[in-house]
Design a protein around this ligand. Structure first.
Ligand code: PLP
Length: 386
């Protein structure tokens, strides 16, 4: 297959390789860079996987995903979003990333355009090109305060616009779209019969208790697709399990692609995921408390230095503006890493217009996080005085 030049190795990996190299050289690195929960998968989830393997769940299984897992996810969604879904509205996929690929593969045709809001998760653009090399990506940038400019969005919508991707809570900004913003986006897209694809992978991480999506009209829209998974809620990033929800018959197309490409997500992984959903709400609550403490520490330390820390946030990250220091975001992060032993992620990884920012991950042990933030503060004081 000929790859578009645009599909390159994840740029994030270049930077994390540098941090890892330092770690293996026994240099202690303080992380503000982690894109996953800092703790291991809870033991009882792993034990459930072993038990499932031992009981023989090692063969082909239902390509839609186990009915029991879809049933429990459906119950979770009915409660969380006040939906009236059934297990038939869900497809189990190897990670939400693959789920999103299936969605894009099923909806995009050559020449279609799709709206992608920047800054964004770096895999979106490659995924769009992989699913439809002749699709056109219409990028729109959030405003500096991370609000969406509805009139510029309106101008970008044409007859060729097929879909929009919305990630809330967002990577890298932490932004949770307000109900007002979602309704405004929905009204514009509905008028043009576009798909609304919501990446909800951080949906359980709402440490300030904001609603992620509560509007009935949006949830009942016939072209809404929700994509999520187990990676961030239960620290199951390496297990590769996620799911897609839609009531639209498009799910059948995704199901067929899933079936022919992967057959099924291993049943023992699905059994472990049932254990996660049944018995680990407390783990999510605990993680949210820790994220909240780390967020509050940032607020305390970084607001004093003139950084604006938004309050409508969730997920695992905040995204701060470093433009006043006159350094490119990758140079800023390289200096922070080599001179202060702190790993953060350059904003340029999340969109070409975002070199003015760096991403801080809130996912770390409280004490280690505090040390990292204090080191960042020292670096910033040094930059201010030079
Ligand atoms: C916004 C976003 N979507 C999807 C993913 C991938 O999640 P999964 O592990 O379920 O494929 C990530 C991972 O960092 C992410 O940040």
């Amino acid at each position: 297959m000929k790859f578009k030049k645009k599909i390159s190795e994840s740029i994030e990996s270049r930077f994390s390789k540098l941090a890892k190299k330092k770690n293996t050289n026994k240099e202690k690195i303080y992380s503000l860079g982690l894109g996953e929960p800092y703790f291991e998968t809870p033991k009882s989830i792993s034990k459930k996987a072993y038990a499932s393997i031992n009981s023989g769940n090692t063969r082909y299984s239902d390509p839609k995903g186990s009915f029991n897992l879809r049933k429990i996810i459906s119950a979770k969604y009915n409660k969380k979003y006040n939906l009236d879904s059934s297990p038939n509205h869900f497809l189990i996929t190897p990670g939400s990333k693959f789920g999103l690929y299936l969605v894009l593969k099923s909806i995009l045709n050559p020449g279609d355009s799709i709206i992608n809001i920047n800054p964004c998760y770096p895999s979106y653009e490659p995924q769009i090109y992989l699913s439809e090399p002749k699709a056109k990506i219409i990028s729109i940038n959030l405003e500096k305060n991370f609000e969406i400019n509805i009139s510029s969005l309106k101008k970008k919508i044409t007859k060729k616009t097929k879909a929009i991707i919305i990630n809330s809570p967002n990577n890298p900004t932490g932004k949770i779209y307000s109900e007002k913003e979602l309704v405004e986006i929905f009204n514009l897209l509905k008028k043009n019969k576009c798909w609304i694809v919501m990446d909800l992978i951080y949906e359980d991480l709402s440490y300030l208790n904001h609603n992620i999506i509560s509007n009935k009209n949006i949830l009942n829209y016939e072209k809404i697709i929700l994509v999520s998974g187990f990676s961030k809620s239960y620290s199951m990033t390496g297990w590769r399990i996620g799911y897609v929800y839609t009531k639209n018959k498009l799910l059948d197309i995704m199901f067929k692609i899933n079936q022919h490409l992967i057959t099924n997500v291993p049943l023992f992984i699905q059994d472990a995921s049932i254990e996660a959903l049944k018995n680990h709400d407390n783990q999510i609550k605990k993680f949210n408390k820790e994220l909240r403490l780390n967020y509050e520490y940032c607020l305390l330390k970084l607001s004093k230095l003139g950084f604006k820390i938004p309050s409508y946030v969730g997920g695992m990250f905040i995204f701060i503006d470093i433009s006043r220091f006159g350094l490119r975001s990758d140079i800023f992060c390289e200096k922070l890493l080599s001179e202060y032993k702190v790993a953060a992620t350059p904003g340029i990884f999340f969109g070409s217009n975002w070199d003015s920012h760096i991403r801080i991950s809130l996912s770390n042990y409280k004490n280690e996080f505090k040390i990292a933030i204090n080191k960042l503060v020292n670096f910033i004081s040094y930059l201010k005085n030079t």
